[in-house]
Design a binder for this molecule. Structure first.
Ligand SMILES: [Zn+2]
Length: 82
């Protein structure tokens, strides 16, 4: 068995934009072997990918916490600065 980890934008259930990465299948993926150790390191790898690609940690979006994709992050930033 192998394990696939996908980080989804916390905004995907109520996206601000049709360009939300999780709607256009540009989420962050990592593959792990079937062990806790491998899953843990794949998760860390996925987080690193996400930060490197402009994902940001959102304090709370739609009542949920987690990462938001670069496109939603841009819109949130534009909304909060206007
Ligand atoms: Zn998004």
């Amino acid at each position: 068995m192998s394990v696939v980890i996908e980080l989804r934008c916390v905004n995907y259930s109520a996206p601000l934009t049709d360009e939300c990465f999780s709607l256009i299948d540009k989420g962050v993926f990592a593959h792990a072997e079937d062990s806790q150790k491998s899953v843990a390191s794949a998760y860390k790898l996925a987080l690193d990918f996400a930060f490197n690609r402009g994902w940001v940690e959102a304090p709370k979006v739609n009542g949920r916490t987690g990462m938001i994709c670069p496109n939603c992050a841009k819109l949130l930033e534009a909304q909060s600065s206007s």
